[in-house]
Design a protein around this ligand. Structure first.
Ligand code: F6R
Length: 605
């Protein structure tokens, strides 16, 4: 949430900041701004509501070249979408951009007598003025003092009028990466902004002060002792962050799923069995536990729901899935015999991070399934299983979901093996089927036109239902979320058998029902539930497996996925559900990649 970039060096900073903000825009797109350090230390601020394209237009008349500046793209938290609330904020000699939330900003306003000074409604401007109050010419000292006053999460990038050409940064929870290159020094919320300039970067450690000059990047602890950053290498290239001919990132990312699955599964296959030796996850992690607790948010949580439906009956131990924002305020029943699995694409979701920290405080072993290398959740977990989806730019998660599932399926298989629920032959068979899901996904991507055609039955409707039983219900949850977030059609996922206990009152001719029936054990039961909605006039789109016999008249449209075994149907079904949402959004002429009110990487509570 919110994208930050800072640059100092020989190049034209305006150009770099604007390009970087375009790359970071998926993190927030309510408004955007830049601050440029000009000749004689003059600061030029340009801020616009709306997308980065508005800011770009607003910057066209700047002819003077600047070599140092800050940029920000905002997802509004405190205060509406106005120019005044747009970052950067200038407070006396301090120029600041912020990602996160300062919880005690009210108290700070009083303590530092800021009434009358503030031009915006933001917590960020309060932080800028507190820093200005503490500043006596030494930026690092003032920043070190500032953080002792703050409660909340933040990544700040700052300039000081009397230190031209220098950028300072600090973070707590909210992400920041930095790099020094021959083209200058960079800091940004994530790698997508740095990748055109370097493949080497480092994650700014929490509570460390970063000082960028055009020659070097310095890192200090809060006692201002210089520290050596831990340099990492980017494992994807710029192509991964470009649309490459696709009209939207979402469609590109849907197409990337088969490769992403291969990248996640194949390096962890040894003699046909899942092997986590290179991930440094010993088998006792899987053996020495008597329950599994999965914690995540949104789509990642839905991946957890599908994994639970697979794990519990196979492992015969309790497997619970919790929403991170709920879990963190409960007194959860986890202990040192609980394996807590944390799922997060970004590795920065604040509620998920808090849940991880809580689980650790209860003595649980923590294993995270994370896509972004070096992210906070990955660093703080006892064990990490990286998914290799590459950067996910569309706000609606697609490929991250499939690779999370693939990683969780492998964990499940390894657990079954080491807990003697599976023989070697059974585990090999499981992995073979998991690999079969890759061509099954490809087959459904090939059938995209069929899905495109069916959305005409959805796009003029205000509501839709997704129904299914067992694993199919877990898939329905994700299907409904995808449709809601990018097509703005109100969609509800319901356990098919539960509908008649009240909610069926909502089913009319105006409410399309997407019924998922891929599980043999409940197939006939789901078909009965479909009959019930059909009898109320619903238009039924049925997603099922090839070879499943459905009488004529049960569904208005039927899409069949390849039969790769009931437990693996999630992979091709996910493609169909993602395409339904995608084409519905396109059909309604909406902003597919950046839907309203949303942002990628939720770093506020
Ligand atoms: C929906 C979506 C979100 C994320 C959720 C968790 O398409 O992308 O629901 O899944 O915000 O994000 P991560 O996985 O980064 O923790």
């Amino acid at each position: 949430m919110c994208g930050i970039i800072g640059y100092t060096g020989p190049l034209d900073s305006k150009k770099i900041l604007l390009e970087g903000l375009s790359q970071l825009e998926y993190r927030g797109y309510d408004s955007a701004g830049i601050a440029l350090c000009m000749e004689n230390s003059r600061i030029q601020l340009v801020r616009h509501t709306g997308k980065v394209s508005n800011l770009k237009k607003g910057c066209e008349e700047i002819s003077q070249v600047s070599h140092c500046g800050l940029g920000h793209t905002r997802w509004a938290t405190h205060g509406g979408v106005t120019t005044e609330n747009t970052h950067p904020h200038k407070a006396g000699r301090v120029i600041l951009v912020h990602n996160g939330i300062i919880e005690n900003y009210h108290q700070l306003t009083t303590d530092f007598h800021l009434e009358g000074k503030l031009l915006s409604e933001t917590d960020s401007e309060v932080a800028a003025w507190v820093l200005e109050s503490l500043y006596d010419g030494n930026p690092a000292e003032a920043i070190s003092k500032l953080v002792s006053h703050l409660k909340g999460s933040y990544s700040f990038c700052m300039m000081f009028e009397d230190h031209p050409g220098e950028i300072y940064a600090i973070r707590n929870v909210s992400p920041l990466v930095a790099a020094y290159t021959h083209s200058g020094s960079f800091v940004a919320s994530d790698l997508t902004a740095l990748i055109p300039y370097t493949r080497q970067y480092f994650v700014v450690p929490e509570d460390h002060i970063l000082r960028l000059t055009s020659y070097k990047v310095h890192l200090y602890d809060l006692d201002l002792k210089e520290q050596e950053p831990e340099i990492l290498e980017v494992n994807w290239n710029m192509d991964a962050a470009m649309k490459n001919g696709f009209p939207h990132f979402m469609l590109k990312e849907i197409h990337e799923q088969p490769d992403a699955l291969k990248n996640t599964i194949l390096p962890r296959l040894a003699k046909g069995l899942p092997d986590f030796t290179d991930d440094q996850i010993p088998d006792y992690v899987f053996k020495d536990c008597n329950q599994v607790q999965i914690v995540a948010c949104g789509t990642a949580m839905h991946a957890g729901m599908a994994a639970r439906a697979l794990m519990e009956p196979l492992l015969r131990i309790p497997v619970t899935v919790s929403i991170a924002s709920e879990f963190r305020y409960e007194d959860p029943l986890v202990d040192d015999k609980t394996l807590v699995i944390i799922i997060s694409q970004s590795g920065e979701t604040i509620d998920t991070l808090a849940a991880l920290r809580l689980a650790k405080s209860y003595g649980s072993r923590t294993l995270s399934v994370v896509n972004v290398k070096g992210s906070t959740i990955a660093r703080e977990s006892d064990y990490v299983l990286y998914t290799h989806a590459g950067p996910e730019i569309a706000v609606a998660s697609t490929k991250a979901y499939s690779v999370q599932l693939a990683a969780l399926y492998m964990v499940c298989c390894r657990m079954a093996l080491v807990r003697e629920k599976y023989s070697v032959a059974e585990a090999e068979d499981f992995m073979k089927k998991l690999l079969d899901s890759i061509p099954a996904m490809e087959a459904m991507i090939e059938k995209r036109d069929m899905v495109k055609a069916l959305v005409t039955h959805l796009i003029n409707k205000p509501d839709a239902f997704f129904i299914g039983r067992g694993l199919d219900y877990a898939f329905s949850l994700e299907g409904a979320l995808k449709l809601k977030e990018i097509s703005y059609i109100h969609a509800e996922a319901y356990a098919a058998g539960e509908l008649k206990h009240g909610t069926i009152a909502l089913i009319t001719q105006e409410v399309p029902v997407i019924a998922i029936a891929t599980q043999e054990n409940v197939f006939l039961k789901t078909i009965s539930n479909i009959r019930e909605v059909k009898a109320r006039g619903a238009f039924v789109i049925l997603l099922t497996k090839e070879g499943m016999n459905v009488e004529p008249g049960i569904a208005d449209i039927q899409i069949s996925i390849p039969d790769i075994g009931d437990r693996f149907t999630v992979f091709p079904i996910a493609v169909v559900l993602q395409l339904i949402a995608y084409y519905a959004s396109v059909g309604k002429n909406l902003d597919v990649d950046q839907p309203r009110n949303l942002a990628k990487s939720v770093t506020v509570e």
